[in-house]
Design a protein around this ligand. Structure first.
Ligand code: IPE
Ligand code: IPE
Ligand code: MG
Length: 224
């Protein structure tokens, strides 16, 4: 049985689900947020220590402004209403990506990180305005500036994921088989599951099925 310390999820398919069932992409994002809460609970049940959620990519700024605004509004309200609850569940929140949002949201994100920084049950890494290529460039620049050696350990250490172990398992919902600039370095040996279901339709049962299958995989890391 493989240990499972870190699950990463590309939560894709909100827009398509929203259009199909509510004739609105926004309704899909709203429904997607409910699934986030369910999956957090299930992650804790499994005693998994790290959950990395891709919520907004550096490329997602290309979307219509009213969808982008809606997404950040949703996030803002989620944090305002739920941070106390996350804190009480002993969850640590960390933001991956560059905090270049409204002043209000930047402050809220910082406050949420600080408030939960000492929690130990589960660390949630929320990837927001995150792009793996930009993260790698940032790491190389830091290494150059500090005249550090370019080696695997130093590159890993200077990524935003820092000391967090690499994901054991990546799940992408939404019936699309690509990484979309997510954790390119960190996923080098991750077990990848592409799920047909759209994110708002994904549930605990689907999650448990993936986890069960993951646990039985023979992870070789190049050996036999
Ligand atoms: C993922 O769902 C959520 C974000 C990127 C914010 P999408 O909005 O990409 O949903 P589809 O892929 O268009 O259905
Ligand atoms: C990836 O989904 C980003 C998130 C889930 C936040 P996208 O829907 O943006 O990916 P592409 O553009 O279809 O590759
Ligand atoms: Mg998508």
């Amino acid at each position: 049985m493989n240990p499972l310390n870190h699950v990463a999820i590309i939560m894709d398919g909100n827009g398509r689900w929203g259009i199909k069932f509510k004739n609105s992409r926004k309704a899909g994002h709203k429904a997607g947020l409910i699934v986030v809460e369910k999956i957090i609970k299930e992650t804790i049940k499994h005693k998994i220590k790290f959950l990395t959620l891709f919520a907004f990519s550096t490329e997602n700024w290309k979307r219509p402004k009213n969808e982008v605004d809606y997404l950040f509004n949703l996030l803002e309200n989620f944090l305002i209403n739920k941070i106390e609850n996350l804190h009480n569940q002993n969850i640590k929140l960390k933001i991956l990506g560059t905090k270049k949002f409204s002043k209000k949201l930047n402050q809220l994100l910082k406050k949420s990180e600080t408030k939960t920084s000492k929690n130990t049950q589960l660390q949630i890494n929320l990837a927001l305005n995150y792009g793996s290529k930009s993260e790698l460039i940032g790491a190389f620049k830091k290494l150059k500036k500090n005249k550090s050696n370019i080696n695997e350990k130093n590159i890993s250490k200077n990524l935003q994921t820092g000391s967090i172990p690499d994901p054991d398992l990546l799940i992408r919902t939404g019936n699309t088989k690509r990484l979309s600039n997510f954790l390119l370095w960190q996923l080098a040996y991750t077990e990848i599951f592409f799920e047909k279901k759209l994110w708002p339709a994904f549930n605990e049962k689907d999650y448990n099925k993936v986890i069960k299958e993951y646990k039985s995989i023979k992870r070789n890391y190049g050996t036999i």
